[in-house]
Design a protein around this ligand. Sequence first.
Ligand code: AMO
Length: 442
Amino acid sequence: MVSMQSPIRNRKYATEITPDNDGETVCIAGWVHEKRDLGGVFFLIVRDLSGFAQVTLNRKKTEKDLFARVKKVPRESVVAIEGKVKSESKAPNGYEIIPERMEVLSEASQVLPLDTTEKVGAELDTRLDARFMDLRIERTKQIFIIRSRVLKAIREFLDERGFIEINTPKIVSAATEGGTALFPISYFEREAFLNQSPQLYKQMLMASGFDRVYEIAPIFRAEEHDTTKHLNEATSVDIEVAFVSDKEVMAILEELIAFVYAKVRGYPGLAKLNLNLEVPKIPFRRITYEEAIEAVSEAGEEIEWGEDLGTSAERTLGAMIGELYFITDWPCAIKPFYAQPADAEAKSKDRDTCNAFDLMHPRVELASGSQRVHSYELLKRNIESKGLSADSFEFYLDTFRFGMPPHAGWGLGIDRLLMSMLEIENIREVVLFPRDRRRLAP
Ligand code: AMO
């Protein structure tokens, strides 16, 4: 059978074995989830990626040494067990294993940082400190299997629509998102930063003729605040599309969200999260920034034209609307330099609005995007009017001088998409090893 020196041959997952295998010899390997001593019978529950298998030992019938070793093996140790399958309707998956041999591949220390059976709950911080073990808990594990499915669905959707997947540098020389601070790093004799967004690079590729690009990658935000929706390292899906306006990329965004929900909806692991996922109806509602501030002001939260909507206003609006929606026609002053100002005739009341939008979930902002400025002169003016130095954007600005098509795009926070979709309160729950104001390890 198995040996520590050799790979485990013929290993079967718990859910691959069925009552129909009655009488066959199988080998399972995994973690000791639970031990139950009922006097005459002893149960060892083994957990693997697929689920649980019950190993049943009869005190009288089992060889003495094996019985003693099984009884003694500490919980969460890694074991391989060979034995005969016996159909048993009361056991998980309808069978039990009558063991013939057990090898302890790695013995766990007796005092565990977490209870993987969830009989004893733990604070999120304690769970994140022992994340490797937290991931052994069924509910946590399912969140990350769903996260992987969401990423696959996003790639499938964008690949089918002819997008090219790109990778852009994460060590950069310039800021893109005004308002959020940068993490400086030392780059030999110069100062550099961790990128806040692939913004400049995805736009530059529009000048290269790539037409439709996407990137799924980390973004770094040196935000001081410690909230349930902010991370200092988040993951975003960014797209950029040439020869279109904000309207077309908004349609791509809502179709993508509906596609992802539909893909995840059929996944059986959702049951572990007690969720009944409904695919949102598209098109999503669109309200202008002006309508948004009027609505929240009527609800008693005065917001002046040109002020950003804070968390409280977002919640008020979200409660009023109750579903996914877009906020459009933002004041130029509170959107980045690359957002295209609205045409004169599209402006309301002579106010400076731009063709930018945010996609909102009732609880949190999920994405933002815009049609981009593609005129070199206007872009340069905008950069300067935001108090930034055009010199530090030269590599970017230059691409606008040699044939830049009109273009538009957006960035969607994957972590926020997951927390909102799975109705999870704290964004840290959907990130394997979150980075926040206080957490740099594990
Ligand atoms: P923005 O700064 O709005 O736009 O970021 C896009 C989306 O990324 C997510 N996000 C975050 N998630 C968790 N923690 C954070 N600190 C955090 N910061 C941002 C949000 C947000 O909506 N360049 C533009 C996009 C574009 O116009 O293409 C940008 O970065 O879900």
